[in-house]
Design a protein around this ligand. Structure first.
Ligand code: NAD
Length: 498
């Protein structure tokens, strides 16, 4: 019997029969490991109704009570992180040490949410007018939807769910149908931590589930992470339906290497950030811009490092890079390698036909390097989301900067240099939301916020951190008078402060 993965609604696994389902693969063998239920419109309504029923109780739970649940969840997640890492690897394919890394970053978001009591403090101004005080309160939005991508099945839900819950909202989480089990594990841990039934629900599925949330009148906000076309669609549809939406999209992250940089450091960084998680990271480096004479030596150093990488089953501790997530994604990424060759880029390392230490049917593609890539080639213009690194040559800093600023994406970028002045100029001039200086994957810590510019984010708020708390609350300002209720009788003039 194939394992079935179903929704988690109102504090328990959903027992109904699904009309539709999808295959969940073991990417290292290519076998179908489970079937995941795809929600119908009725199941969307059931999940939203459960969240709505739970709202008054959870919104009314004291900050102390909400914080206690968050601390308990933090302890459970820390204790069972290895189990979760194994689940992530079994469905995503990334190596277990990398899965452990995403859980570590997710845990930092839970720790941030544990500070809700501090973060939700409002302001208070005494005696703004004679006998009048003014104060602000941050209140939850209500039922919120979280829609997440396949590439971080634990971390991205943990970017949003803890903050949303800590702020007093109730949640329907719709994880990627490609690797859905991590979301159920997180929901079960929250239940064990004492989260009341219905506060966090997991709804599995595809476009039907997403559209159901986008159109449901009881869903007040949507946090989405995924590819740019879907992010744009979610933003436009959600806002048209009156919801608050933050929709994080795709990326094409450039790393500039200036000629004065430490080239060994830069080569290590390019290989780590280009091929970690088989390039299936929104902060992966996918374009390296080699400035001036640095190019040839750098490409040599990168090639040496790439050819030593061990590709294999993520469950094997020796493996450094796992397979791609599905056969369809593998075919798509490989087609870009073919297109790169056809367009005349120099294929320095060819990952096609790699001999991986894993199942014969696994979705393997080895690390691939193109040099002399030009901006009109599809391997440059498109987000490939695989282990394919493109090197573009630029004559100077200005040309490299112009290339990045002309790109429609603006998620992450990095500069490698020993020139502080150049780095400072870059951080000021580059039109990208997250910038690394000699740091290749500048994912902000949990107490800053994560977000790209341009086609990498639709909406006004970045994810998690202070902007996350801002997104999941709305502010109320109270103006009150107690001491001197007399205000001089009827006065049709606009109130003035005295
Ligand atoms: P995706 O856009 O295919 O899917 C994301 C979510 O949208 C999933 O839950 C999926 O079920 C749903 N979805 C897919 N097609 C849909 C449709 N037609 N209508 C409605 N919903 C739909 O993305 P993915 O392949 O799961 O993830 C990879 C993408 O996510 C990459 O583009 C990557 O750059 C991006 N990403 C961005 C960030 C970021 O923070 N900016 C982080 C991680 C991943």
């Amino acid at each position: 019997m194939t394992r079935r993965i179903s929704h988690w609604i109102d504090g328990k696994p959903f027992s109904g029969i699904a009309e539709r389902s999808g295959d969940v693969f073991d990417p290292a063998t290519g076998e179908v490991a489970a079937k995941v239920d795809f929600a119908s419109q009725d199941e969307v309504s059931e999940a939203v109704a459960a969240a709505k029923r739970a709202l008054p109780g959870w919104r009314g739970t004291s900050l102390a009570g909400r914080t206690r649940v968050m601390f308990a969840f933090r302890e459970l997640l820390a204790a069972r992180r290895d189990e979760l890492a194994k689940i992530v690897t079994s469905e995503h394919g990334k190596v277990e040490s990398d899965a452990a890394g995403e859980i570590a970053r997710g845990l930092e978001n839970v720790e941030y949410a544990c500070g809700a009591a501090q973060l939700l403090k409002g302001g208070f101004s005494e005696n703004v007018s004679t006998g009048v005080d003014v104060y602000s309160i941050a209140q939850p939005l209500g039922v919120v939807g979280v829609i997440s991508p396949f590439n971080f099945p634990a971390m991205v839900p943990l970017w949003f769910v803890p903050n949303a819950i800590a702020c007093g909202n109730t949640v329907v989480l719709k994880p990627s149908e490609k690797d859905p089990s991590a979301a159920n594990f997180i929901a079960e841990l929250f239940a064990e931590a004492g989260l009341p039934d219905g506060v966090l629900n997991v709804l599995h599925g595809d476009k039907v589930a997403v559209d159901g949330l986008l159109e449901h009148p009881d869903v007040k906000a949507i946090s989405f992470v995924g590819s740019t076309p879907i992010a744009r669609y979610v933003y436009e549809t959600g806002t048209r339906n009156g919801k608050r939406v933050q929709a994080l999209g795709g990326a094409k992250n450039h790393m500039i290497v200036l000629p004065d940089a430490d080239l060994d450091l830069a080569a290590d960084a390019a290989v780590s950030a280009g091929f970690g998680s088989a390039g299936e990271r929104c902060m992966a480096v996918s374009v390296l811009v080699a400035v001036g004479p640095a190019g040839d030596e750098l490409v040599g150093k990168i090639t040496d490092r790439m050819t030593a990488l061990k590709v294999g089953d993520g469950r094997n501790p020796e493996s450094e890079m796992g397979p791609l997530v599905t056969a369809a994604h593998h075919a798509r990424v490989e087609s870009y390698v073919d297109a790169g060759v056809a367009s005349g880029a120099t294929l320095v390392v060819d990952g096609r036909g790699v001999e991986a230490d894993g199942g014969e049917g696994g979705f393997w593609l080895g690390p691939t390097l193109f040099d002399h890539v030009r901006p009109e080639m599809s391997i440059y213009t498109d987000e490939i989301f695989g282990p394919v690194l493109a090197v573009v040559r630029a004559e100077g800093y200005d040309e490299a900067l112009a290339l990045i600023n002309a790109n429609p994406y603006g998620n992450g970028t990095a500069i490698f240099t020993n020139d502080g002045g150049a780095a400072r100029r870059f951080q000021n001039e580059v039109e990208v939301g997250m910038v690394g200086v000699n740091v290749p994957i500048p994912v902000p810590v949990s107490y800053y916020s994560f977000g790209g510019w341009k086609d990498s984010l639709f909406g006004d708020s970045h994810a998690y951190g202070p902007e996350g708390f801002h997104f999941f609350t709305r502010t109320k300002v109270v103006t009150s008078r107690w001491l001197d209720p007399s205000h001089g009788g009827v006065n049709l003039g606009f109130p003035r402060n005295s």
